[in-house]
Design a protein around this ligand. Structure first.
Ligand code: ADP
Length: 259
């Protein structure tokens, strides 16, 4: 397993950053990044100064979500300056690595890369930094959860049993390192037909709500599987930006206010 972090690095605050919130998932592909950026935008709407750190080393999707992968510039102290996009300060491991070469880093490298992005980036003054975590509950995630002074974690899950088992693991991990779980978001909760609006519970809707109740953590809300969410994300204009008055934006906003 991961070695014990040094007492110096453990939980050391990030200067200028008031709170760090992790968005995590037990496995990939459940919509963690999509949720992270839309929640970050929801928090910004509340008048907060918000940063978004895409720490998903295995598949950084924030460059695509914001439609840019420019290399960050360095400030006078040779710290990387986050990109300013949609009112967010954005940093992604995807700005630094070649998106076409698969990352096969070992856990300590993952942790050191993410720690650098937290600490060697000129975040400025932020009320909240949202961290899109790498999926899973391995060494890298555990060490990160230990090293970063997390205010809390949001767990994203689909309703499927398997995803929930993974989500449960995620929950156990944060509990182990005494990071409060702010709640569970059920993504792809049900399918909503973009043509007729009919709702179909293709993954068996409601699993996350039941599970949250069983585990005694807040259920933060549900986001449907909807074409618009995928299309806007792929277009580099998340639904909070492209359709701020729409139902999906409302749903994200309703989750953001609970954080
Ligand atoms: P993760 O970060 O968990 O790997 P992503 O946020 O990258 O997942 O989402 C994976 C894919 O699913 C992306 O193509 C994304 O646009 C799409 N997606 C995520 N959430 C939804 C949703 N609620 N409805 C439709 N598509 C979604």
């Amino acid at each position: 397993g991961a070695g014990a972090p040094s007492p110096m690095s453990r939980q050391a605050a990030i200067p200028g950053v008031n709170a760090v919130i992790a968005v995590a998932s037990g496995k990939g592909g459940v919509g963690k990044s999509t949720t992270a950026i839309n929640l970050a935008l929801g928090l910004r709407e509340l008048g907060l100064r918000v940063g978004l750190l895409d720490a998903d080393i295995y598949g950084p999707s924030v460059p695509k979500l914001i439609g840019t992968s420019a290399r960050p510039e360095l400030d006078d102290n040779r710290r990387m300056v986050p990109l300013a996009k949609f009112g967010l300060a954005v940093m992604s491991i995807g700005f630094l690595i070649d998106p076409d070469s698969p990352v096969v880093w070992r856990a300590p490298m993952v942790v050191s890369a993410i720690t650098q992005m937290l600490r060697d980036v000129d975040w400025g003054e932020l009320d909240v930094l949202v961290v899109d975590m790498p999926p899973g509950t391995g060494d890298a995630q555990l060490t990160l959860a230990q090293n970063v002074p997390l205010r809390g974690a949001v767990i994203v899950s689909t309703p499927q049993d398997l995803a929930l088992i993974d989500a449960r693991r995620g929950l156990a991990m944060f509990t182990k390192v005494e990071v409060p779980v702010l709640g569970i978001v059920e993504n792809m909760s049900y399918f909503q037909c973009p043509h007729c609006g009919t709702r179909s519970d293709i993954f068996g809707h409601g699993g996350a709500r039941d599970e949250a109740e069983r585990l005694g953590v807040p259920f933060l809300g549900e986001i449907p599987l909807h074409m618009d969410i995928r299309a806007t994300s792929d277009a580099g204009t998340p639904v909070m930006v492209s359709d701020p008055q729409g139902v999906h934006a409302m749903a994200y906003r309703a989750i953001a206010v609970q954080l």
